[in-house]
Design a protein around this ligand. Structure first.
Ligand code: NAP
Ligand code: MG
Length: 499
């Protein structure tokens, strides 16, 4: 199939060259290859819905070959010194930085997000993540234990697990690679990466750079393919020691079941329905702008989106008015257009899902404060929705309980700390929460009461490679980032020596 390159006149020469060679292959044992079956799948450009690229599709037999190659590579990789691992990770970070423009353009074409967002957020945060973890290999240490048995020395070693499967979503394709691969590689593991089928492309460029950086063959494997085939085979494979997953709660459950066969380690970063709570003593204008940013940024396709806005009654009208004004000013359009603040949703399936929720909200009697329609002046066939705010909902409605993963905010008033804590926690999820107040004791009290892995006080959506991020309840377990993530990619060995 010959594909035309969309927005070609605007693209970096490197991006054009990248898109011109297709189908995009798998990387197994350091060699770029087609799948055994020869199967491919198509990835689409969400602002038009047109085909963007053909990608080789790994099947279970490709997973088998890849696992054998990765296991063989692990025997060599574990002999690479910590200092050499650091140097490789640093080199990779430099290469990603040098290809920032191509990465941002590929993310825009494959995922839909504005080019400016890719350049400001996705790419630099990925570079930072690799640089942060590049600092770790020479600092991974065991310790000597103060045991009370005479004439015995006891110490611990922290060793890599072996082969890690990383299964990631489509909302931040490149960043999600860094969240899983940077700590896994720093800890000395080999990694098999299964990107989302909606956004397979930035992983291909990334893996080209891992080869250029000089990672030994088989340390990093790329298996593009479908979740229920490639992902499921990886999750069930007895030669895989761990699955690191980000995605839906539903698939997280499937992965836990599949992992039971060889009791592989699992860490899951799943969905959320995060409460964003604004008290009447807060800096309400700043709070309102963060409230808008937290749900409309990345078109609401963020696991930590502040999708339930709780505002104390006295300032409710003012805050919702302000958030509404922010929403109305957001320019929805094609990601390659410099004027665009919010791009399309990433796939047709997801567009149908989000618009279905908008219908559910409206039909269920919620008031549409703004949005809930197709924006003007965008390509007819693209997956665009407008920033949407619902009011007058009840806490049992589907739009209030379920993760929409789109630019849809539920705004609701509250009166007391106890009430808002109870309602904020009244969800299966527990990923993140925001609290805005100038009352320091109230802020700390709520930080303790809220059942979520992250609480942001007088800010929101702050991420740093040093700070752990992950879920309570059905938002999953295990942590990304920080030394906490590193720990999840290592075993602890206790060594006893008779003296
Ligand atoms: P998903 O199905 O959970 O996809 C995440 C990853 O898991 C993808 O790589 C997917 O591959 C793979 N996968 C799917 N089924 C699998 C299986 N049986 N075994 C192993 N891997 C499997 O997410 P989605 O369907 O793209 O999105 C659905 C909803 O999930 C969203 O609307 C949102 O609510 C939530 N979500 C959350 C996050 C987050 O950051 N926590 C990210 C994305 C989505 P394929 O792409 O090939 O299916
Ligand atoms: Mg795509």
């Amino acid at each position: 199939m010959t594909l035309t390159i969309p927005y070609e006149a605007q693209l970096h020469a490197g991006t054009i060259a990248f898109l011109s060679s297709q189908p995009k292959q798998l990387l197994i044992g350091g060699r770029w290859t087609a799948s055994v079956s020869g199967k491919t799948f198509t990835t689409y450009e969400p602002s038009t819905g047109q085909p963007l690229a053909e990608v080789c599709e790994a099947q279970a037999e490709d997973v088998d070959v890849a696992v054998i190659a990765a296991r063989a590579a692990f025997d060599q990789w574990r002999k690479v010194t910590p200092y050499q691992r650091e140097r490789l990770l640093q080199k990779l970070a430099d290469l990603i930085e040098q290809h920032a423009q191509e990465f941002a353009e590929i993310e825009t074409l494959d995922n839909g997000k504005p080019l400016s967002a890719g350049l400001a957020i996705d790419v630099p945060s990925t570079v930072e993540m690799f640089r942060y973890y590049a600092g770790w290999p020479t600092k991974i240490e065991g310790d000597v234990k103060s045991v009370s048995i005479p004439n015995r020395l006891n110490y611990t070693l922290r060793e890599p697990l072996g082969v890690v499967g990383a299964i990631i979503p489509w909302n931040f394709p490149l960043s999600m690679i860094s969240w899983k691969l940077a700590p896994a590689l720093a800890a000395g593991n080999c990694v098999i990466l299964k990107p989302a089928e909606q956004t397979p492309l930035s992983a291909v460029l990334f893996c080209e750079l891992t080869c250029q950086a000089g990672f030994p063959d088989g340390v990093i494997t790329l298996l593009n393919g479908r979740g229920e085939i490639t992902g499921a085979a990886l999750a069930a494979h007895s030669g895989v020691d761990k699955i690191a997953f980000t995605g839906s709660t539903e698939v997280g459950r499937l992965i836990m079941k599949a992992a039971a066969g060889n009791l592989k380690r699992v860490s899951l970063e799943l969905g959320g329905k995060s409460p964003h709570i604004i008290f009447d003593d807060a800096d309400v204008e700043t709070a309102a702008s963060y409230a808008a940013g937290s749900i409309f940024g990345n078109a609401g396709q963020s696991c930590n989106a502040g999708s339930r806005l709780f505002v104390q009654r006295k300032v409710y009208d003012r805050v919702v008015e302000s958030v509404t004004n922010h929403a109305k000013k957001i320019r929805v359009g094609v990601g390659m257009d410099a004027a665009t603040d919010m791009g399309p949703l990433t796939s047709l399936e997801h567009y149908q899902r989000v618009t279905h929720y908008i219908e559910l909200g409206r039909d269920g009697g919620a008031t549409v404060r703004t949005g809930a329609q197709r924006p003007d002046g965008v390509p007819e066939s693209g997956y665009f929705v407008t920033p949407t705010i619902f009011e007058n909902t009840s806490d049992d409605m589907a739009v209030v309980r379920e993760e929409i993963f789109g630019p849809v905010l539920i705004a609701t008033p509250f009166d007391t700390v106890e009430e808002v804590a109870q309602r904020a926690n009244n969800t299966l999820y527990g990923l993140a929460a925001g609290v805005w107040t100038r009352d320091i004791s109230r802020a700390h009290k709520l930080a303790g009461l809220l059942q979520s892995g992250t609480v942001w006080v007088n800010c929101y959506s702050q991420f740093d490679p040093a700070s752990p991020f992950g879920g309570y309840k059905q938002s999953g377990f295990g942590r990304d980032m920080g030394h906490e993530a590193l720990d999840l990619y290592m075993n602890i060995k206790s060594v006893w020596v008779g003296l």
